[in-house]
Design a protein around this ligand. Structure first.
Ligand SMILES: [Ca+2]
Ligand SMILES: [Ca+2]
Ligand SMILES: [Ca+2]
Ligand SMILES: [Ca+2]
Ligand SMILES: [Zn+2]
Length: 653
């Protein structure tokens, strides 16, 4: 897309003039320019607001993002279609305010008993259910902020025709922590925000409550990112979680759980790090993506440990200049976790715990499938890079000058939030780090703090010299070097010869997806319909590996969990009936291009056929002449995939 306009604002206007219909809008006049601004990293954004007959639409914002060259790189936000409301109110502004105040007065929120007042009142179009999901219905409503300036700050949306409450949410955003013992049953709640601290909490429980706050403050102060979902989610901890095989700790998508004796500040910040990763890059937990996921957790865990002035009494935390494993505890993970019996990983010298310090560290780089493809070992490679860049050092013939924690943390954060995707590997990470460092050149970075007080601007900025440092580090730990040779990996799908001319000239059936779903039938078959998030097959033209044409795609998302939000089921795609003529000789062959990236052995796909209306039967592995099913889906009780135990294409290259 070539935009001719000069500058971000002109380019956005040009884009909208040509493409406003893509947002389901009837007229270009439904969008008004709001502002052009520069973000905290200095990159330009242009914002438009949607209106309906001159009335602004609540959160009807479209945001245009520009890179440093002021090229349009992405657009996000909301455009609400199908607004059908009478825009002349029947209720006056003051009537609506009185309704709002009397509603809040009845809600038992005003603990401080200070007088309620209206701080804001806007007439707007309110799209109800935009946040909750489901069918969005638009209302003409007054948005009224009712506050007592102490402990009440509520946003109410009052229907401007009927005076009914359409929606309400709070504007009070304190950190919200909860601590449970053994499970999240209400009776086992041991501590919640506002309770006396430490009260009767054990040292491990205290660590969990305190470090959760450090984590919350760290991301908020440095990156303006509020709790792990960027929406101030309650941070729930379960101590002594009996469902964990001890000694261990984990983030399960809902809460951080610990065995007794594992909850030290670095381990706790590590577990929360998984939650932040889940909501930002979404790195999957497998092979190098999983190792990166693990490494991000160690990076946040140890950074927070080293700056939080907590659980550090009497420890030698000096910068390390040799590969010695003893002496300084700097860069050790879990050094205070009594049940681990010592540190479980070492970021400065991963070899101290049998983990690789670079990709071609053949005696320590893990190639197998255990531990999700070595996520807790191979994390050593990028852990090592972080420690080398933060503190400086020489390794593998390259010298890095220390850039310190402020720059290192911002570099890792920018890479994770802007560039990494669910399946990024070390080579992608190398690209991400270089791009992120480029983005951050010349920007005054926010300092680091784990307290309730932000550090403020650090005065530290990335320079082109840092970029060279980062490149040296990437070379030192060999991020762009594939482990495929040393690990003897063969690809899931091997290159195959082109089809012969006679096979392509006159096929009995052919599908290119150029006309969408066509005569195919796509269905969701959830095992548990109530928690299943519907995801449909979609025709895509941006295909993996730069392949031309179109394909039909079904996502294998990592949302849900294995207990309360089951996402197991089948995305089924059935062709029309294909009539096969009765040739007297030769054989029938089917060829298809495909790409697979699923959680290896848990999720996957296969082909079933029905002959003359008979039962659906798995196309057997023996029928394939090329690239048959690469594996079998886990058939044990721990796999709740309805296809469990079947041959399938599973995993990813
Ligand atoms: Ca420590
Ligand atoms: Ca500490
Ligand atoms: Ca310590
Ligand atoms: Ca530590
Ligand atoms: Zn972890």
């Amino acid at each position: 897309l070539q935009l001719k306009g000069s500058g971000a604002k002109a380019k956005s206007a040009e884009f909208l003039t040509e493409n406003y219909k893509a947002f389901n809008l009837k007229s270009i006049n439904d969008l008004v320019f709001v502002e052009e601004k520069v973000d905290n990293y200095g990159l330009k954004n242009v914002i438009y607001r949607q209106q309906h007959q001159g009335i602004p639409v609540y959160d009807g914002l479209l945001k245009f993002h520009f890179n440093r060259k002021e090229e349009l790189s992405s657009i996000n936000g909301n455009a609400i279609s199908n607004i059908k409301v009478n825009v002349t109110p029947d209720i006056s502004t003051s009537e609506a305010e009185n309704i709002a105040k009397s509603l809040v007065a009845k809600q038992d929120l005003n603990k401080s008993n200070k007088p309620l007042q209206v701080a804001k009142n806007n007439l707007l179009i309110f799209p109800k259910n935009l946040v909750q999901g489901g069918v969005v219905t638009s209302y003409l409503a007054y948005e009224i902020e009712v506050t007592n300036k102490v402990d009440v700050r509520e946003f109410l949306f009052i229907d401007a025709h009927t005076g009914e409450l359409v929606d309400q949410f709070t504007g009070i955003h304190p950190i919200d922590r909860k601590l449970y013992e053994t499970n999240t049953n209400a009776a086992n709640l041991k501590w919640k925000e506002g309770d006396a601290f430490p009260g009767t909490l054990s040292i491990w429980q205290q660590n969990e409550v305190t470090t959760s706050e450090h984590v919350y403050n760290f991301f908020k102060n440095a990156f303006g990112y509020i709790s792990y979902d960027a929406a101030d989610h309650t941070m729930i901890t379960v101590n002594n979680d009996p469902t964990i095989s001890c000694p261990n700790a984990r983030w399960n998508g809902t809460y951080a759980g610990y065995c007794d004796g594992t909850a030290t500040d670095d381990v706790i910040a590590h577990e929360w790090g998984h939650a932040y990763t889940e909501y930002t890059s979404g790195l999957i937990y497998q092979y190098q993506s999983g190792a990166l996921n693990e490494s991000y957790s160690d990076v946040w865990g140890e950074t927070i440990d080293l700056i939080n002035n907590y659980q550090d009494e009497g420890e030698n935390l000096n910068i390390r200049t040799t590969t010695a494993c003893s002496g300084s505890l700097r860069w050790k993970i879990g050094e205070d976790a009594t049940s681990f019996g010592g540190a479980i990983r070492d970021m400065w010298n991963p070899n101290c715990n049998g983990d690789p310090g670079r990709v071609l560290d053949t005696s320590n780089y893990y190639c197998g499938t255990a531990d999700s493809g070595g996520v807790h070992s191979n994390s050593g490679v990028t852990n090592h890079l972080y420690s080398l860049l933060a503190d400086g050092g020489t390794y593998n013939g390259y010298t890095m000058t220390g850039i310190g924690f402020v720059k290192a943390a911002h570099l890792w954060w920018k890479a994770q939030t802007t560039y990494l995707t669910a399946t990024s590997d070390f080579a992608n990470f190398a690209d991400a780090l270089e791009a992120a460092a480029n983005d951050l050149i010349g920007i005054n970075l926010q300092g680091l703090s784990t307290t309730g007080t932000a550090a403020g601007l650090s005065g530290q900025t990335f320079t082109t010299a840092d970029l060279q440092n980062i490149r040296n580090g990437i070379l030192a730990v060999q991020l762009r070097t594939s482990p495929a040779t040393q690990c003897n990996y063969t690809p899931l799908l091997k290159p195959v010869p082109d089809l012969c001319a006679s096979a392509t000239a006159n096929p009995l059936f052919k599908e290119t997806w150029e006309n969408g779903l066509g005569n195919w039938t796509a269905t969701n078959i959830p095992t548990n319909a109530s928690s299943w998030e519907v995801r449909n097959w979609v025709v895509k033209d941006n295909l993996p590996k730069g392949r031309a044409g179109k394909a039909i795609f079904a996502a294998d998302p990592i949302n849900g969990n294995c207990t309360t939000s089951l996402q197991n089921g089948i995305l089924r795609l059935e062709s029309q009936q294909i009539t096969i003529p009765a040739f007297s000789g030769g054989k029938y062959e089917m060829a298809f291009n495909h790409y697979v990236a699923t959680e290896s052995t848990w999720d996957g796909g296969n082909i079933k056929y029905s002959l003359n209306g008979g039962a659906w039967t798995l196309l057997p592995i023996t029928a394939f002449t090329q690239n048959g099913y690469n594996s079998t889906l886990d058939g044990t009780a721990s796999n709740d995939n309805p296809l469990k135990g079947q041959r399938a294409f599973t995993g990813t290259d």
